[in-house]
Design a protein around this ligand. Structure first.
Ligand code: CIR
Length: 254
């Protein structure tokens, strides 16, 4: 899929007050800004137009703009984040997406769904059931996908935070898998590149046009992806990792 544009959001000054389970220390705000700028540059080099939204200190996690929406070439879904503190993030993203003239859908109560639990593979979507995405949210999204002519598979997660914490689609019928998704029945039809336990964080990569963007500092995974024939680019995301975030969370790509 050609990625033409992305939406990102400038990290809020309150970023360090966001949700985290990582135990990796407090993010350094100047480094957060620097890594975010570098992420935007890597994206521009990959050939996308970048639409940057202003930050909002009331929402320390709002740089993880992937969670309040899912965007395809046909429609946009405004989600209902499972984390209470993130629910209001949808407003700014919905306003931004109105410029792109897609059919708009929403997830309604009692459903919850976060974009991190949605993996788009050609004309099919995988939806993870997690602590953030519940059955009602997943089923509401499944009904929307059916109406729009896409397939859907709902997958209960065992350990991962979000679905895409442990799996990425690299294009060319190939998935990158870690932990509970290695040799998972649902993904058997794809070629598989596996991520070792030591490098588990690197399962969250993103394919953007000709390149696979990988987090900096995971040489084994990078090498495996290159050996499978993909071109890679690294981006440093250590400060986002401290808040349980990764490469995919930082943008909406469409
Ligand atoms: C949160 O707990 O919601 C944020 N600190 C991290 C969200 C990461 N998003 C993602 O994996 N899609």
């Amino acid at each position: 899929m050609k990625v033409q544009q992305i939406i990102v959001k400038k990290p809020a000054a309150s970023f360090a007050q966001g949700l985290t389970t990582a135990n990796l220390g407090t993010p350094d705000y100047s480094k957060v800004l620097e890594q975010h700028r570098a992420y935007v540059e890597v994206m521009e080099e990959a050939g996308v137009m970048v639409h940057q939204l202003a930050s909002d200190n009331d929402y320390p996690d709002d740089v993880f703009v992937e969670d309040p929406a899912v965007v395809t070439s046909k429609f946009a879904l405004i989600t209902r984040p499972g984390a209470d503190s993130r629910r209001g993030e949808t407003e700014a993203v919905e306003a931004a997406l109105k410029d792109y003239h897609r059919r708009m859908y929403t997830i309604s109560e009692p459903g919850t769904l976060e974009g991190g639990d949605v993996l788009h593979v050609e004309d099919h979507f995988y939806i993870g059931l997690s602590t953030r995405t519940n059955k009602s949210g997943a089923e509401q999204f499944e009904a929307i996908l059916q109406k729009e002519g896409y397939g859907a598979t709902i997958i209960p997660l065992k350990e991962f935070f979000h679905l895409k914490t442990g799996i990425a689609y690299l294009g060319d019928n190939t998935v990158l898998t870690a932990g509970e998704f290695i040799d998972h029945d649902v993904f058997k039809k794809y070629k598989q590149i596996t991520v070792s336990q030591e490098e588990e964080y690197a399962a969250n990569c993103i394919r953007v046009n000709e390149v696979v963007i990988v987090p900096e500092g995971f040489p084994e995974t990078k090498r495996k992806i290159e050996e499978a024939g993909f071109m890679t680019r690294e981006a440093a995301v250590s400060e986002f990792r401290k808040q349980d975030g990764g490469l995919s969370c930082l943008s909406l790509r469409f």
